[in-house]
Design a binder for this molecule. Structure first.
Ligand SMILES: [Zn+2]
Length: 142
């Protein structure tokens, strides 16, 4: 929505929302008669609906914004994982690659080359404290 449109929109909303106040005066001035109160009451309800819709949209907008923010936080995977060697129990903190899976890992202590176990896609999923980034982000692993 561009500036001009939103200005006109808010102007219309303002006129509609306040019509319950100025319309009776207008009708009195032109001699509205006995139907005056009925119309006024109806419009009062109408403006209430408009306000409710407006507040609803505002709340929805805030909710959407919050949701988006939370999603972007969740999208950031933890890249630090501590690998524990199954042979000698040596622990080493490693930074995981985000674009590829590490299939082999050589223990710097006993020089054993680790490979993923079972259905795991990489050594971090098998021996690390934290699963690899694609698994964290619920994506298909290489
Ligand atoms: Zn080892």
């Amino acid at each position: 929505m561009n500036y001009r449109k939103s200005l006109i929109g808010s102007l219309i909303a303002f006129v509609v929302a306040t019509s319950c106040c100025w319309l009776p005066v207008l009708l009195i001035s032109i001699g509205g008669g006995s139907t005056l109160f009925g119309i006024s009451n109806g419009l009062e309800k109408f403006s209430g609906i408009f306000m409710t819709i407006g507040i609803g949209f505002l709340g929805f907008g805030i909710y959407q914004y919050k949701n988006k923010k939370e999603m972007s936080i969740n999208k950031e995977a933890i890249l630090q994982s501590t690998i524990t060697c199954p042979k000698c129990g040596h622990k080493k903190e490693e930074t995981m690659p985000t674009n590829a899976c590490q299939y082999f890992y050589e223990c710097e202590n006993c020089k054993k080359v680790l490979k993923p176990t079972g259905n795991d896609c990489c050594v971090y999923c098998s021996y690390g404290t934290i699963a690899c980034p694609p698994i964290q982000l619920d994506q298909n692993c290489c």
